[in-house]
Design a protein around this ligand. Structure first.
Ligand SMILES: [Zn+2]
Length: 455
């Protein structure tokens, strides 16, 4: 055993092959080095709750956390939809400085850790200064996101985004998009700088992300996917019915069909949303091995629509969850909203459940595996994995009375984030009694940025 090792003891833990009792997890150098079940707690640092592996939040725009709660009203001219929300977003984006982005993102990341996520895939498209010019370091904003990850301790899969056009067919970008817009060449500079900024983070990964099929031409998409051929690739797809109609008008094909017809989509791909898809498209995604990135709370907030989970799961598809606009940040909220949206759409209960496990356990385990795949990582409570551990507070009734799956059901359907006691990330305890250990200064910086942005 390494000299600097520490051992944590849990009454129960969700290991790769299922629940185990009286589990000792030994950690050294940020990694799990040994896991053993049936060990007495005597002499070990005891944590009587239940240990879960941390989830990957597979889709986030950290800076949008500052808009949470500020767009819930009608504007003149109608109820509002995704596109009118986006206009508000662009006005907000106009004012964000690098300092603001770092402060807001750090708050979002602290809340993600408190909410059960130990890694985030950040879909990062706010690249340029307020006038739309590249910073002297083109990856300035990527560096701010890396700093927020470093300050909070969350694992980072950073996905600099190529956004080149305002619509299908290479339409010119609008002035509201000036801070996002790049050519493949200027994008490559951002990507290289992002990699340099992330070099000091212990297990950061930098992937690539075409924003959507409407924002890149086929030629640009081809250039981008060749840039880092072994890393994750994420793309927004089929979130909006208008997007599907525009894609059909442009190409004669729906977005998912078009992508799968023209690009070698495989396990490194994450198709974010995939809300408006046919059964045939869902079967094709499942066969490709790509992960669908579901963001149920944001999709509900924006009125996007409901993903067809039964069709996708029947085809053997993989999904994970993300907090996207960060209107609320909580893994249990995402998993609960996913299941409830399915119940409302299909008028059934326990839609995501597999035969042998509870609904909570099925949701969690599927989102865990899909999150790892989309994040470009492996994990779990096993030797060799990073010590990323979420501890549910002690609920002895659930543990004593039969299946420990009930712990997950209680967390997701009854308690939400209040169920989370501690969160460890690479062996460091970052959340204690449900609060991030650095919360106060992070919150103070966030409030300062928010005050400036909304005043
Ligand atoms: Zn998004």
């Amino acid at each position: 055993m390494p000299a600097n090792a520490q051992t944590l003891w849990f009454k129960t833990a969700l290991l790769p092959d299922g629940w185990a009792g009286d589990v000792a997890i030994t950690i050294a150098g940020g990694l799990i080095v040994h896991v053993e079940a049936g060990v007495p707690a005597t002499g070990l640092e005891a944590h009587h709750g239940a240990a879960l592996p941390g989830l990957v939040n597979l889709h986030s725009h950290g800076f949008q956390r500052a808009m949470s709660g500020l767009t819930e009203y009608r504007q003149s001219g109608g109820d509002g939809d995704f596109w009118s929300w986006r206009e508000l977003l662009y006005k907000f984006v106009d004012r964000c400085t690098p300092e603001d982005v770092e402060a807001i993102t750090a708050m979002a990341y602290a809340e993600m850790l408190e909410g059960g996520f130990t890694r985030v895939a950040e879909f990062h498209y706010l690249h340029h200064d307020t006038a739309g010019h590249a910073f002297s370091d083109p990856g300035e904003m990527a560096g701010r996101i890396a700093a927020a990850a470093r300050d909070t301790g969350i694992g980072l899969t950073l996905l600099p985004v190529l956004y080149a056009h305002s619509g299908f067919g290479g339409l010119e970008a609008t002035s509201g998009q000036r801070r996002f817009i790049n050519t493949p060449a200027s994008y490559h500079d951002i990507l290289s700088s992002a990699e340099a900024h992330c070099a000091g983070l212990p297990d950061a990964i930098v992937g690539t992300a075409p924003h959507s099929l409407r924002a890149v031409t086929p030629g640009e998409l081809e250039e981008l996917t060749a840039m880092r051929p072994d890393r994750p690739v994420h793309i927004h797809i089929a979130e909006q019915e208008k997007e599907v109609a525009d894609c059909l008008a442009w190409s004669g094909a729906r977005p998912v069909d078009w992508l799968l017809d023209h690009v070698a989509v495989d396990e490194r791909w994450c198709l974010v949303h995939a809300t408006h898809t046919t059964p045939g498209e869902l079967q094709r995604i499942a066969a490709s091995g790509a992960v669908v990135g579901l963001c149920p709370v944001t999709e509900a907030n924006l009125g996007d629509g409901i993903f067809n989970a039964p069709e996708f799961l029947a085809a053997g598809g993989h999904f994970g969850v993300g907090s996207d606009s960060n209107v609320s940040i909580c893994a249990a909220d995402e998993l609960r909203m996913l299941e409830y949206s399915q119940r409302l759409a299909f008028r059934r209960r326990n839609v995501i459940a597999e035969a042998a496990t509870s609904t909570g356990c099925s949701l969690f385990e599927r989102a865990l595996e899909g999150g790892y795949r989309a994040g470009g990582v492996t994990g779990g409570l096993m030797a060799g994995a990073p010590a990323d551990i979420v501890v549910l507070r002690d609920t002895p009734h659930s543990i004593e009375t039969g299946s420990a799956d009930r712990l997950l059901d209680a967390w997701i359907f009854r308690q939400g984030r209040s169920a989370i006691g501690e969160v460890w990330r690479r062996g460091r305890k970052l959340v204690e009694k449900g609060r991030h250990v650095g919360r106060e200064p992070i919150k103070a910086r966030f409030h300062k940025a928010l005050h400036r942005l909304v005043s």
